[in-house]
Design a protein around this ligand. Structure first.
Ligand SMILES: [Zn+2]
Length: 83
């Protein structure tokens, strides 16, 4: 990973964890506590390719029922023009 923010150019990125929402067609997967680097200035988050590949593989395993998720959530869905 680069040590400078590619979004704003700020030099300091802090290692932390975040919630990552992965989308595959209409299916969403929420992964908690994903390691990332977060820009101290603009908040942009950067992930290792290996981290993203792991999430993709997990989503595929869930979508093909080779595995069950740790838990599921009911989420609200809205269409912007109806707000
Ligand atoms: Zn930044």
């Amino acid at each position: 990973m680069s040590s400078n923010c590619q979004f704003c150019g700020h030099a300091h990125l802090t290692p932390t964890t975040t919630r990552y929402i992965h989308q595959q067609g209409d299916e969403l997967l929420i992964v908690e506590e994903v390691p990332c680097l977060r820009c101290d200035d603009c908040g942009e988050e950067y992930f290792d390719v290996s981290t993203l590949k792991k999430i993709e593989a997990d989503h595929l395993a869930l979508a093909t029922h080779r595995k069950r998720p740790a838990r599921t959530l009911e989420v609200a869905v809205e269409t912007f023009s109806a707000l």
